[in-house]
Design a protein around this ligand. Structure first.
Ligand SMILES: CC(C)(COP(=O)(O)OP(=O)(O)OC[C@H]1O[C@@H](n2cnc3c(N)ncnc32)[C@H](O)[C@@H]1OP(=O)(O)O)[C@@H](O)C(=O)NCCC(=O)NCCS
Length: 188
C-alpha cells in the first residue's frame, strides 16, 4: 500500500470529526482504553500501562501495522470527545487493512456517530492510498458492530470459526470488506 499519510489530517463530517490525538486527550482515552466494558464487550482485552499507551499512540502515525488509536472521534456540537478509531495491517502477507472503532461515551451510542466516524475513516483510507479494499472483523455476536459495517456497505465475506478468545471462551469472527469501487458507488 502506498500513499498512506504519516501525519493524518482532521476529517470532518456532518455530526462528528476525526482528529489526530492531542496530549490532552490521553488521560480520558487511557481510561476508556483500559475499561473492558467499554472497549471489549466482544473482544480480547489486555490492560495497558500509561507508558506503553503513550508510546503506542505516538508511534502509530509511522507504523501501518499499529493497532493503537489513530484519531479521536469528536462530536462537532460542543467539541465533545466521543471515542476513538484506528486501522492496521491485519496480515503479514496479504494486503489487508482493517478498521476498528470504539465509542467510549456509552451514552452517545446508537445515535449514528459511530457509523459516520467509520465512514470518514474508510473514505480517507481510499482517498489517501491505492489500497483496493478496506476490511473489518468482529465477533459474530457483536450486533452493533456488524450493523454499523453493513449500514456503510461492507459485505460479509466469511466466518472464521473459533478465532478469537475472550470472556473465557473461543468465539467465531465475521470478516467484512468493502472494495474501492463499491465504496465509490455507495449511496451517499
Ligand atoms: C460498535 C459501536 C462503535 C457502534 O457505534 P454507534 O455510534 O452506537 O453506532 P450507530 O449509532 O452509528 O449505529 C450503527 C448501527 O448499529 C445499530 N446499533 C447501535 N447500537 C446497537 C445496539 N446496542 N443493539 C443493536 N443495534 C445497535 C444501529 O441501529 C445502526 O444500525 P441501522 O443502520 O440498521 O439502524 C459502539 O457500539 C461501540 O463502541 N461498541 C463497543 C466497541 C466495539 O465493539 N467496537 C467494534 C469492535 S469490532
Amino acid at each position: 500500500v502506498t500513499g498512506a499519510p504519516a501525519s493524518p489530517a482532521t476529517l470532518t463530517g456532518r455530526l462528528v470529526r476525526l482528529r489526530p490525538l492531542r496530549k490532552e486527550d490521553y488521560s480520558l482515552l487511557f481510561d476508556w482504553y483500559n475499561d473492558p466494558e467499554i472497549v471489549a464487550p466482544f473482544d480480547r482485552f489486555e490492560m495497558d500501562t500509561w507508558e506503553s499507551f503513550v508510546q503506542a499512540v505516538e508511534s502509530a502515525p509511522d507504523d501501518l501495522a499499529s493497532t493503537a488509536p489513530r484519531y479521536v472521534v469528536e462530536r462537532i456540537e460542543g467539541d465533545r470527545l466521543l471515542g476513538f478509531v484506528g486501522h492496521y495491517l491485519a496480515h503479514p502477507v496479504l494486503t489487508l487493512t482493517d478498521v476498528w472503532y470504539v465509542l467510549g461515551d456509552r451514552a452517545e451510542r446508537g445515535k449514528g456517530y459511530g457509523s459516520e466516524a467509520v465512514g470518514l475513516l474508510v473514505d480517507s483510507l481510499f482517498t489517501g492510498s491505492d489500497r483496493p479494499r478496506v476490511g473489518a472483523t468482529c465477533d459474530v455476536e457483536n450486533v452493533p458492530s456488524m450493523k454499523l459495517l453493513e449500514r456503510l456497505g461492507f459485505r460479509p465475506e466469511g466466518t472464521l470459526r473459533q478465532a478469537l478468545f475472550h470472556h473465557t471462551k473461543w468465539h467465531d469472527v465475521r470478516i467484512y470488506g468493502v472494495t474501492r469501487s463499491e465504496w465509490a458507488a455507495r449511496p451517499k
